[in-house]
Write a protein that binds this ligand. Structure first.
Ligand SMILES: *[C@@H]1O[C@H](CO)[C@@H](O)[C@H](O)[C@H]1NC(C)=O
Length: 148
């Protein structure tokens, strides 16, 4: 593992990271309902753009997307704020595949965002069924008022 001492020292003693590591691993209907998108994607490259890490991902499956969204299979950008990435909120590595549930970039940057509120879990093939079930249940059971 490579450490980046300057980056780590610039953070106040870990307190910024909080509890997000647990949160990003949990997958349930409520969370599915409250995210703009849910995809399976493999991560191809990572670059730094200002305060952001910009991953180029290959979207392999789209389980959910916003009504206006142009999200589809194929290449896309995934943006993660550097300070979140340092906290592993979420943890994303090149050459791995993830289930990612997050929000679309709202301020004009093309692509998807992931951060503390996103769900990012290394993909396992037996989740295909789980995602189908969430997709099915979300049609009737998503409740706009709940928030997590
Ligand atoms: C990702 O995979 C490619 C092709 O197999 C390899 O060249 C590259 O070094 C890998 N990158 C990382 C960060 O593991």
């Amino acid at each position: 593992m490579i450490l980046y001492p300057l980056l780590i020292l610039s953070l106040p003693a870990g307190e910024q990271c909080g509890r997000c590591k647990v949160a990003t691993k949990r997958l349930n209907l409520k969370r599915y309902c409250n995210r703009d998108y849910a995809i399976l994607a493999s991560v191809l490259t990572r670059e730094s753009v200002d305060e952001w890490a910009r991953f180029t991902v290959n979207v392999l499956a789209v389980f959910k997307k916003g009504r206006e969204s142009r999200l589809r299979r194929g290449s896309a950008f995934l943006w993660v704020q550097m300070e979140d990435l340092v906290c592993k909120c979420p943890k994303i590595k090149v050459n791995k595949s993830y289930l990612i549930m997050g929000n679309e970039h709202k301020d004009g940057q093309p692509g998807l965002m992931a951060g503390r509120q996103s769900v990012v879990i290394e993909w396992r093939d037996d989740w295909q069924e789980k995602m189908k079930s969430l997709q099915r249940r979300s049609r009737d059971e998503c409740d706009d008022e709940e928030d997590e």
